[in-house]
Design a binder for this molecule. Structure first.
Ligand code: PLP
Length: 381
């Protein structure tokens, strides 16, 4: 594996050489669902293997410094496939402020099939070790930064703990992308993504991916991907490959914009609190410095209590109220009524996810325009 080539070189030159016959610079979209028996490349049926999807799978693995990749029909399908590794009574450990859909799947779907779970705060090392010591935990699902409070979890420390207790560590790297964070190099067994977000980056594909260097795990997951059938279509694979070509450029712009917006909001008199990894101090700040190249493009914000969050959101011009994140255009989300509505209010309150919190996915638009828009909406409250 070559680790020395830059991200954008790898994103643009992995597993596809311009076609020798016609010189096409861009790979074709292989739509064929089936292949002649005994063909040289070993393809048989597109659910179990497809050329366009393979280029994407290899490219994401390469960006993660992992050996193998699998592309799925959504980030949620990645979770479902990984959880299918478990047998009834085995247990998943995950965090109290994971993405709402992760919470929903583990508590309402896999739990009905006998898979046990435990929810903890991964920033508490003693609590994590206690849980691992006393439970049949096979799989640890860590999101970092978390959604929506953007807490960071020490991946190297989690990997050490996971392996001490013979569990697999899966890191959901959706918020950071391979550009800002390299979980495999810190010891994660599997790196998972909703590629719907930064990896594709244009809000036009729902997809997911995972990468690993553990061959045995890869073979099991590949078997499950084929058996369950939740793979990414050739066209969506092709669009995602196109998105990946500019991932490094886009991430730079997302973070440049987010850093300025976070610092503007932090100083504003109508703002109570800004959650942004670039502003963290103490242990959280040290983890960010250790494992993230830069703090990312996501910011969560609380207005002071006397201001009405819904009124504020309605005054914005460049931040449409919409679920999802990581696209080139800025979006704003109200977790309590949108992405995290599937978490009961009592649970949300326990983890500090207030009804007044909003989450900004900072896009690549002109920074001054974004700042001006936020400023006018705050002034007019
Ligand atoms: N992981 C994280 C961190 C997410 O934010 C999301 C969706 O928002 C998912 C996983 C699920 O991905 P998808 O919507 O592609 O199923």
């Amino acid at each position: 594996m070559k680790k020395t080539r830059g991200f954008s070189t790898r994103a643009n030159h992995t597993f596809y050489n311009p076609n020798k016959d016609d010189g096409a610079i861009i790979p074709p979209i292989h739509l064929s669902t089936t292949f002649t028996f005994g063909n040289k490349k070993g393809y048989d049926y597109s659910r179990s293997g497809n050329q366009t999807r393979h280029i994407l799978e290899h490219t994401i693995a390469e960006l993660d410094n992992n050996a193998y990749g699998l592309a799925y029909s959504s980030g949620s399908a990645v979770l479902a496939n990984v959880v299918a590794l478990l047998k009834p009574q085995e247990m998943i450990l995950f965090s109290s402020d994971a993405y709402g859909g992760t919470y929903r799947y583990i508590t309402q779907v896999s739990h009905n099939q006998g898979i046990q779970y435990k929810i903890i705060d991964f920033t508490d090392k003693a609590q994590t070790e206690e849980a691992l010591k006393n439970n049949p935990i096979k799989l640890i699902w860590v999101e970092t930064p978390t959604n929506p409070l953007l807490k960071v979890v020490d991946i190297a420390q989690m990997a050490q703990l996971a392996h001490k207790y013979h569990a697999f560590l899966i890191v959901d790297n959706t918020f950071a992308s391979p550009i800002l964070q390299q979980p495999a190099l810190l010891g994660a067994d599997v790196v998972a993504y909703s590629t719907t977000k930064y990896i594709n980056g244009h809000s036009d594909v729902v997809g997911g991916a995972l990468t690993t260097s553990n061959e045995d795990l890869y073979q099991k997951l590949k078997f499950l991907q084929n058996a369950i059938g939740a793979m990414l279509s050739p066209f969506d694979s092709w669009l995602t490959l196109r998105g990946l070509k500019t991932l490094e450029l886009r991430m730079k712009r997302h973070v440049d914009n987010a850093e300025e917006i976070a610092s503007f909001l932090e100083k504003h008199r109508k703002i109570k609190k800004v959650y942004y990894p670039g502003l963290f101090t103490g242990e959280q700040g040290r983890i960010v410095a250790r494992q993230m190249a830069r703090p990312g493009g996501m910011i969560s914000v609380e207005l002071k209590e006397k201001y009405d969050v819904k009124k504020f959101l309605a005054k914005l011009e460049y931040f449409p109220l919409a679920e999802s994140l990581g696209g080139v255009e800025s979006l704003i989300d109200h977790p309590a009524s949108m992405t995290h509505a599937s978490i009961p209010k009592s649970e949300r309150e326990k983890i500090g996810l207030s009804d007044g919190l909003f989450r900004i996915s900072v896009g690549i638009e002109n920074r001054e325009d974004l700042l001006e828009d936020l400023s006018q909406a705050l002034e007019n409250l």
